[in-house]
Write a protein that binds this ligand. Structure first.
Ligand SMILES: Cc1cc2nc3c(=O)[nH]c(=O)nc-3n(C[C@H](O)[C@H](O)[C@H](O)COP(=O)(O)OP(=O)(O)OC[C@H]3O[C@@H](n4cnc5c(N)ncnc54)[C@H](O)[C@@H]3O)c2cc1C
Length: 467
């Protein structure tokens, strides 16, 4: 039996650990915190003692590997999928985007887009033209745009500043954690192709019915060690022999999956090995982008819908966290300019915005609030970013039994929960091959491209070709 150590109990490490167990390895999952989940985890609120999410996490119907991972954890029923995406404009007026049940993509969204009054008629037509162009590109075409900014693509396709602000920004800034114009056109187009254009289930908004931490409570992995910090890796020539824990204990392994973020991954590889292993050569080029999340509790109900994409800022998305609508969670992605703003000033601006969105809020008092700014939330998916993202698999001459997992590795996805799970599955497939374990294909296929999308030219690449 082969012994594998997985370092890091975020989604990438958990996905690797669960799939490695299924492949027949003896797995030890080491996590420095007292709970699993990493960035997609929960913490205990020091003020009220309740379990709060690090930040609201949203998945979409096109996140096929994350959905598969929740199935393996036995928690699929705790994820609620919504068929309507609620937008609110600056004056609080609601604009709903919904798909007609039973209709294939992309025509399922046609009726609601036609009536989407946040956009002028001209903007709706212009957006439809851009969607046609994105379908025409297919998946192969979007890959050729990896070095092009989406701003350039939007200009080339005559998308106005007002249309970008009202429709592209609410979707893309949160999906990519980057300004729409600054992101790579490849990743921006992927969001639309996968979520809106290929399959009618792609856009469904998935929200957990419980704190994120509860999803991981019954992880099918026998040896999970929480509160166990790895302080370093042990090497013998081009082989990792084990890990050293903070207390000095050494754990030996046949293979190691390093599933921390890229900042830790860089620290543990000695320079002579890093220079021979191309995966570590460009990690310092990845730029981290912050996300701000705010938990708000009011003394009376404010919000009726489960979520709202906000066309005017500063908050970009709001989520209702309780049945009555008193507890809300707001998010600002690509929140660079908020990092140094005093908390009181942030709150003042957020409450002002909520007053303008919901009339009921004018009488309400804010009874509790908590702002969490994750400075290193995700890497920026700028043009050319994939050149710096490492493979999970050791290159020839690299550390041959050290595998990487993490949203930053090369997954074909931006930094998301789906990307993290993909990386874990890919790492397991490579470990299984190198140790002669059961060869199981863990990576789940994308949703199939439906016939109208194919007619409009949306041709997918074969499974795994985008990696
Ligand atoms: C604020 C915020 C909001 C987000 N919103 C969304 C969203 O709505 N939808 C979405 O899909 N994605 C979202 N993301 C992105 C998503 O959370 C990440 O892409 C994903 O969780 C990354 O998982 P990971 O396993 O790669 O890394 P991590 O979650 O960072 O996991 C790494 C783990 O390694 C552990 N570790 C580090 N060092 C050590 C050590 N020395 N010893 C042992 N363990 C160690 C860490 O404690 C951590 O648990 C968001 C991210 C943030 C920060």
């Amino acid at each position: 039996m082969s012994r594998v150590i997985v370092i890091g109990g975020g989604l990438a490490g958990m996905a690797a650990a669960v799939s490695l167990e299924a492949a027949g390895a003896i797995v030890t999952l080491l996590e420095s915190r007292r709970a699993l989940g990493g960035r997609a985890g929960s913490f205990e609120d020091p003020q009220g003692g309740e379990e709060l999410d690090n930040c609201q996490h949203v998945l979409l119907g096109c996140c096929t590997n994350l959905i598969d991972f929740y199935r393996r954890l036995g928690v699929s029923s705790l994820i609620r999928f919504e068929r309507t995406v609620y937008f609110r404009d600056g004056s609080g007026r609601r604009h709903d985007l919904w798909g007609v049940e039973g209709w294939p993509a992309p025509i399922h969204l046609g009726p609601s887009l036609a009536g989407f009054e946040a956009l002028t008629w001209g903007e709706r037509i212009s957006f439809s033209r851009a969607m046609l162009a994105m379908m025409n590109l297919g998946h192969a075409g979007r890959d050729t745009l990896a070095e092009v900014s989406f701003g350039q693509w939007l200009d080339d396709h005559h998308q106005s500043a007002s249309l970008i602000k009202k429709f592209y920004d609410p979707i893309l800034i949160s999906a990519l954690n980057e300004e729409s114009r600054r992101a790579s056109a490849r990743y921006a187009i992927q969001v639309f192709q996968d979520a809106m254009l290929a399959n009618a289930d792609g856009y469904l908004v998935g929200l957990p019915n419980c704190p994120l931490g509860q999803l991981y409570e019954k992880i099918p992995c026998r040896d999970v060690r929480l509160g166990t910090r790895v302080s370093g890796l042990r090497f013998n020539d081009h082989r990792a022999t084990g890990v050293e824990l903070q207390g000095g204990e050494i754990l030996e392994a046949d293979a190691i999956v390093l599933a921390t973020n890229y900042h830790s991954a860089m620290r543990w590889i000695p320079p002579e090995l890093a220079s021979a292993d191309s995966r570590f050569g460009s990690l310092d080029k990845l730029e981290s982008v912050p996300i701000l999340g705010v938990h708000l509790r009011f003394d009376r109900p404010i919000m009726t819908e489960s979520h709202a994409a906000l066309i005017e800022g500063p908050l970009q998305w709001l989520f209702r966290k309780d049945a009555e609508g008193r507890v809300l969670h707001g998010v600002i992605s690509a929140a660079r300019e908020w990092v140094n703003v005093p908390k009181e000033e942030c709150l003042r601006q957020f409450v002002k915005q909520i007053h303008s969105l919901f009339p009921a809020a004018l009488q309400a008092n804010l009874v509790r609030s908590q702002i969490v700014i994750e400075k290193r939330a995700t890497f920026s998916p700028v043009p050319g970013v994939d050149r710096w993202r490492p493979s999970q698999i050791p290159p020839p001459g690299g550390v041959h039994n050290l595998f990487l997992a993490g949203d930053y590795t090369r997954t074909g996805w931006p930094a998301t929960m789906e990307g993290a799970v993909r990386s874990g599955y890919l790492a397991t497939e490579a470990v299984a091959e190198s140790l002669g374990l059961k060869q199981i294909e863990f990576l789940v296929k994308d949703l199939p491209v439906q016939w109208p999308a194919r007619v409009f030219g949306l041709k997918p690449l074969p499974h795994r070709m985008e990696l």
